[in-house]
Design a protein around this ligand. Sequence first.
Ligand SMILES: NC(=O)c1ccc[n+]([C@@H]2O[C@H](COP(=O)([O-])OP(=O)(O)OC[C@H]3O[C@@H](n4cnc5c(N)ncnc54)[C@H](O)[C@@H]3O)[C@@H](O)[C@H]2O)c1
Ligand SMILES: O=C(O)C(=O)C[C@@H](O)[C@H](O)[C@H](O)COP(=O)(O)O
Ligand SMILES: [Zn+2]
Length: 347
Amino acid sequence: MREVFVEAENGSYAIKIERGLLPRLGAELKEMGISRAAIVTDETVNALYGAAAEKSLREAGIRAKIIVLPAGEHTKSQKYLYEIYDELAAFGVHRSDALVALGGGVIGDLAGFAAATYMRGIGFIQVPTTLLAQVDSSVGGKVAINLPYAKNIIGSFYQPGLVLIDTATLDSLDARQFAAGMAEVIKYAAIFDETMETMIRARDLEAIVCRSCEIKADYVRRDPFDKGCRMELNFGHTLGHCLEVQTDFSVLHGEGVAVGMAAMAKIGENKGITEPGTYERLISLLDDFGLAHDPAIFDRETLEKTVNKDKKMEKGGVRAIFLERMGKAVAKTLPAAELIAGWEELL
Ligand SMILES: NC(=O)c1ccc[n+]([C@@H]2O[C@H](COP(=O)([O-])OP(=O)(O)OC[C@H]3O[C@@H](n4cnc5c(N)ncnc54)[C@H](O)[C@@H]3O)[C@@H](O)[C@H]2O)c1
Ligand SMILES: O=C(O)C(=O)C[C@@H](O)[C@H](O)[C@H](O)COP(=O)(O)O
Ligand SMILES: [Zn+2]
């Protein structure tokens, strides 16, 4: 088993990574002193792994209940948040009990926000089953729901007590979801560690998941509340979130991030911030996974609205994440209009 530790001022915990780890979930929770747990999952993941997760808890003597929600980004909403609260109340959950998020980033973000707010905080365990969730969303404690016009706009920072990653769950992931997860992996190569390119090209999944968790853990340790360097993890997201909203979430999060990263790399080169050649290197990686990156896809009006609602907005403009070169991010504050003008130059 590989283990990565997250040591942050708002919570420290282990990320345990191993193929075939899911059946150990119950034993891990028992060791943590948990005797009652509600599993939140979606319909697709429930059909694949719900029974195994529930069995593992019951075999460890933990009272378990499974809450099954529809799959997809629209579930990260007020409606399903309140459905979780009602189910937790009916199951008699208390602060010493736990909520287990079994699924992708949608379930992790939603269930995490429910765990952060129910009784002002109950136990929270992440069991991510998509590549995106294993390399990014299950780590770091950003939990949230969306409004139809803004991503992650209602949320909190709430670290899990444990992240349990069974890489065998990736076997059932379809090619589109796999590619969307790879977008966040390519992000780590772009902002922090260009040497990841080798493991990405080789599709060495265990290495990819482990290195991604190490990088994310390091950012979270240095800046748990997203006030400084952690914003680099948002590379490509200002524009990516625009595309998700613009398409009513039919473009996946990772797909949006891919287009956003490519656009920011090109805008950066045009502005003299980014070393020439970086854009070509980045899109060659995106192309390897069939990730689209045509900047013409953005709708100007939605772009203006979403850039102005970005959580990185501050005095003087939006804190925009550029690349200095492959493997190194740099943040620059610029007026929203300047960022949009930079995008227009790409058309
Ligand atoms: N909190 C964070 O730090 C953070 C980081 C990145 C992304 N996110 C959020 O994560 C969300 C995207 O997460 P996602 O890409 O995992 O999407 P998702 O949770 O919607 O999962 C994608 C699809 O894959 C299915 N699925 C899940 N596991 C599967 C498996 N093992 N086999 C087959 N199908 C499976 C799901 O049912 C779903 O239909 C977005 O809302 C994004 O904003 C959060
Ligand atoms: O953990 C972070 O910090 C990130 O920014 C990771 C992103 O990949 C992720 O999509 C996150 O949910 C974005 O958060 P937001 O603050 O831009 O809503
Ligand atoms: Zn993201």
